[in-house]
Ligand binder design. Structure first.
Ligand code: COI
Length: 353
């Protein structure tokens, strides 16, 4: 399929690279492609960024048939631009598509479309330390119909956003509240997908935690409320007595690209990594025994985010004196070093645009 390109006649002013925050600014163009039953995916195009026209009865607005992805483009010191494991994101998009009855996309074509969009908006890739161009592909049902069934007319869109750190704390440790009241997902549901609905389900708990001074919640399993799942915007790792433990993927947890990359890096360093069920009680016991060395989150948006305080009911666990731990720091340096082309990518993860 040939991608047509229509360039904007009125490029926007670029934001201040040192005050980007996350998700505030959008580039001059976006990618669009349609799916219509009987016709398949068609009409791939890059057009000026702007509002989409949707029928008020568009199915996504009523039943939430929507999935998305998040990846980043990085500008290296030599001026080249790379993506980090985009094939993984597109494979996960199709996994989400399958669960939400959205027709699959051609993964290689989607990566090519993203590269083409980035080339068009290349001058939007920020270069300040810690910044990148966040890429948000998403798909939704646009049929003008309010009966409940899978959409037959869908839109695949990709938008780009120059970003800095996700959390205002940056690499400073965040405070996380262990959520015992609400649950995010259960096995058999869609917790393993990147679907907007999962995030809608998280807002109430996140809002409550925020009012108490916490950045995010740590979700427990929806059945026993005992086993750790993930943080709102990232997967979570614990360093207990030198061993790294992260919840195994059970069907209710998102299989993060950063999660799997960190596991590979840690194993490559010869560290012991366990993917297994881990209960909040085990974490609290390790803390009491002085063996909870570090806690950190991983995600495309959050990168590596150390946790400085974990509150579970009335128990406050102050981790590593509120400082970033050695492993978190080394992982951050290694991962971002590969992404920004500062250190050799021996894993073959980066893809030139
Ligand atoms: C990401 O890390 O890319 C995410 O999608 C997290 C988020 C901002 C929802």
């Amino acid at each position: 399929m040939q991608i047509t390109i229509t360039r904007t006649q009125s490029p926007k002013a670029k934001p201040d690279q040192n005050n980007l925050g996350f998700g505030n600014y959008f580039t001059d163009h976006m990618f669009l492609m349609n799916y219509d039953e009987g016709k398949g995916w068609h009409s791939p195009r890059i057009v000026p960024y702007g509002p989409l026209s949707l029928d008020p009865s568009a199915m996504c607005l009523h039943y939430g048939q929507e999935v998305f992805e998040g990846l980043k483009a990085y500008r290296a010191a030599d001026g080249s631009v790379s993506l980090f494991r985009p094939d993984k994101n597109m494979a996960r998009l199709n996994l989400s598509n399958d669960r939400l009855c959205i027709p699959p996309i051609n993964e290689e074509f989607a990566v090519e479309a993203i590269k083409e969009l980035i080339r068009v908006d290349e001058d939007w890739i920020p270069t300040a330390d810690g910044t990148s161009l966040y890429i948000r592909p998403f798909i939704f049902a646009a049929d003008p119909f309010i009966g409940v069934r899978p959409g037959k007319n869908l839109i695949f869109c990709v938008i780009l956003s120059p970003v800095g750190a996700y959390y205002p704390e940056g690499l400073n440790p965040v405070k996380i509240y262990v959520e015992s009241n609400y649950v995010r997902a259960v096995k058999g549901g869609m917790g393993f997908t990147k679907a907007g609905g999962n995030y809608a389900a998280s807002l109430k708990a996140q809002g409550d935690a925020y009012k108490l001074g916490f950045s995010q919640v740590l979700w427990l399993d929806g059945v026993e409320r005992k086993y750790i799942e993930e943080v709102g915007t990232m997967n979570v790792f614990f360093v207990i007595d030198g061993v790294i433990v992260t919840p195994e993927l059970t069907g209710s947890i998102l299989g993060g690209v950063t999660r799997t990359s960190c596991i590979d890096i840690l194993k490559n360093w010869g560290m012991s990594v366990q993917e297994r069920p881990i209960s909040i009680q085990e974490v609290a016991d390790a803390y009491d025994a002085g063996k909870l060395d570090e806690v950190f989150g991983t995600g495309t948006a959050a990168v590596i985010s150390p946790v400085g305080l974990l509150r579970w009911e009335n128990k406050d666990m102050n981790i590593n004196g509120g400082e970033i731990g050695k492993i978190s720091q080394k992982l951050y340096d290694t991962l971002t070093g590969i992404q920004w082309g500062k250190i050799e990518d021996t894993f073959g993860w980066t893809v030139k645009v």
